[in-house]
Write a protein that binds this ligand. Structure first.
Ligand SMILES: [Zn+2]
Length: 234
């Protein structure tokens, strides 16, 4: 399993990587999981954790509460007693399992989603669980072992957050998309101007690699290019 390591030794380990990504971050003595993928993949997720002999997960960070990120949150909390961190505006979603239907930038996609909304809501249901920590703009971990912080990066959803590791790598959830070669723009966006502003914030963090919730990572050059194009449009 390829692992990325920052200058201060923070490890970023993709546990599930491709469709709906799950990352394990090891910073000193603290293990943090970012996202959990869909509930259908719970066995694969547990298997990967077992392979790596992970017996404790101190925190579970949910970049946002869509079902393909929060699908196994309740399971992780139950198995590892992890503290769940989510943006304060999405606490209600994780605690009720309510899955807001994403808004697509593409009219056709929106139509498909809306006309299948009952099916979509059912497919996307997940088990609710309590959030332990919520924040608004920025969250610093109490353990000095953790070389990184969380940042509110809204747009894809209003409570989307990113994890900045060692001012070097950003794990951004769906604030960017890693599936398309020539663009970082996600297919579902609640607020485009907010998302573009979030790209600006992420670029200012000093990060040079951006790991999306879906597909592969993006480089600073790719993000800068889209940021410039889109800041002129909003
Ligand atoms: Zn999403």
């Amino acid at each position: 399993m390829k692992t990325w390591v920052t200058k201060n030794g923070v490890q970023l380990i993709p546990l599930l990587y491709g469709r709906s990504n799950v990352f394990l971050i090891v910073s000193g003595n603290v293990n943090i999981l970012v996202d959990t993928s869909i509930s259908l993949l719970q066995k694969s997720l547990l298997r990967k954790l077992k392979q790596l002999k992970i017996t404790k997960i101190d925190y579970l960070v949910l970049t946002h509460t869509h079902f393909d990120h929060a699908g196994n949150a309740q399971l992780i909390k139950e198995e590892f007693h992890s503290k769940i961190i989510v943006h304060q505006s999405e606490r209600v979603n994780i605690e009720t399992g309510a899955n807001r239907i994403p808004v697509a930038k593409n009219r056709f996609l929106n139509h498909v989603i809306k006309s299948n909304s009952s099916l979509f809501t059912k497919e996307a249901a997940y088990k609710p669980c309590d959030a332990d920590i919520t924040f608004n703009e920025e969250f610093r971990f109490p353990e000095c072992d953790v070389k990184g912080y969380l940042l509110h990066t809204p747009g894809h959803s209003l409570g989307s957050i990113s994890f900045i590791l060692d001012d070097e790598i950003a794990v951004v959830g769906d604030a960017m998309f890693g599936f398309f070669k020539k663009s970082i723009f996600p297919p579902f966006v609640e607020d485009i101007p907010e998302m573009v502003k979030s790209w600006g914030k992420l670029l200012q963090s000093g990060a040079t690699l951006f790991f999306s919730g879906h597909g592969k990572y993006k480089t600073k050059t790719q993000v800068e290019k889209d940021y410039q194009i889109w800041s002129q449009k909003i």
